[in-house]
Design a protein. Sequence first.
Length: 178
Amino acid sequence: MAMNTLNHPELFSVMTTYFFGEKTEAFVFILPLGLLLLVFGAWLWVDSSGGFMRGVAMPLIAMGLLMGTVGAVVGLRTPSQLAQLQNALEQPSEVAQTNLKAEIARIAKVNAAWKTYLVMWGLMGVVGLCLRFASQSELLQGMGIALVVCCGFGLMVDGFAERRAHTYEAALVKNQPR
């Protein structure tokens, strides 16, 4: 059996750091914030009859459901994802190299999507500002403010994740056998 040339402590340390960051951000920030938005949005919806508060409630509930789901899914899948990847890279050299190339391709796709996410968050913010300042409707003004807030949360979450993913990809490429 060929010796594995990928079993470097540095590579495994970077992988562990990346996936720990994913899990931590999911469980400590994304999931709790999603639940908070959901609870606050539901409270506004139930406790008010005014258009403005209902307008604020709708995007908060939607974003709360989205963030809560994403936070739970990412946080729960990350430990097994890390274990599977570590196992794949501990295989004999040729197999480990193929698995490393597959992981590099996967994270490259993740990194290629950041510009799309930034455009999406930016459009959400612009739509929110337009609704807030160009509408006379209380409901639409409330939705606009909530969209701008949700845009900020999305930019922040993805800002952390993007930096972590670029660092991880660079480390994978650096540790790829020549």
